[in-house]
Design a protein around this ligand. Structure first.
Ligand code: PYL
Length: 280
């Protein structure tokens, strides 16, 4: 997992309404709608659940420590979705202690390895990597006008890529995997083969020559080189840093979705509350 720096986060909170609009323009749905679609639940019912759900975002000082504005930005995203969230005045274990004593419904907290959400009402735990993969896959499906029988290239075979591939396969998407580390694509191929149609590409050049629907979950800049971009491509890119250059993003315009925190946190929020929401 690539660690964000405060420069990555700057501007996310203030930019949420505009980002939501950009998502609607690209997919027909905003942040909450895409996250609900990723989970197959109705956003109307989810909105109701969220209005009565309280969250503390607990800053974590362990490892490399606090990222300035990280917790505040997570709380801002949750508030934008309609959850009553605030940054805990306490960090680490004291923050967990306070959340339980105050009777809040959920906690979100991240160390350098895992960003988790805990539903204290029912003990459900959600992970940012899985939710990010799921929700970006749902966004790509919306950009594609549907997932069933479409061919998708998943670049990066870590937890985000795996969750994205599973979400695409759950609706009948056909998957080609590519990872700079062939052993990683082979491991994921083995896990996914029982689930549906999946194969491995030998090179990124070959893979991009044959695909226009791409999920870039690699944590590497230039994973999708500019020289291989095509005007027909649609790319969902949760990887940090983005595998597409700024020039590539400019070239693809409304056919690319990339953010560093927003969709993943929205997926976590919906995942925490899904038990009580009705299906789409
Ligand atoms: C959750 C993000 C998504 C991409 N990279 C992940 C990351 O930066 N993880 C580290 C988060 C550390 C947060 C710090 C704090 O401010 O509480 N412990």
């Amino acid at each position: 997992m690539t660690r964000l720096v405060s420069g990555d986060i700057k501007g996310i909170s203030a930019g949420l309404p505009a980002y939501d609009q950009r998502l609607v323009f690209r997919t027909g749905m905003g942040l909450l709608g895409i996250a609900c679609h990723g989970h197959g639940v109705s956003d109307v019912s989810m909105r109701e659940q969220m209005a009565s759900f309280t969250v503390h975002v607990v800053p974590v000082t362990a490892g490399q420590g606090i990222i300035s504005q990280f917790s505040a930005t997570v709380a801002a995203i949750l508030n934008f979705l309609g959850i009553q969230a605030r940054v805990s005045p306490q960090t680490d274990n004291a923050g967990i202690d306070l959340a339980c004593k105050e009777g809040v419904d959920g906690i979100l907290m991240a160390d350098d390895h895992q960003f988790v959400g805990l539903n204290l009402r029912n003990r459900k735990v959600v992970g940012n990597s899985e939710e990010t993969g799921r929700v970006f896959a749902a966004a790509l499906g919306l950009m594609a006008g549907g997932i069933s029988a479409e061919e998708f290239l998943v670049v990066g075979c870590g937890p985000v890529g795996e969750a994205a591939a599973k979400r695409l396969m759950s609706e009948g998407g056909r998957i080609t995997l590519f990872d700079i580390d062939p052993a990683a694509s082979e491991r994921l191929h083995k896990r996914l083969s029982p689930v549906g149609q999946v194969c491995i590409a030998g090179s990124i050049d070959e893979a991009l020559a044959h695909h226009s629907l791409i999920l870039d979950a690699s944590p590497a800049a230039n994973a999708i080189p500019d020289r291989l971009l095509d005007a027909n491509m649609r790319i969902a890119a949760p990887g940090v840093p983005s595998g597409i250059s700024d020039m590539g993003i400019e070239y693809l315009q409304e056919r690319v979705i990339h953010d560093k925190l927003e969709l993943g946190v929205a997926g976590m929020a919906v995942g925490l509350l899904i038990e009580s929401a009705s299906r789409e």
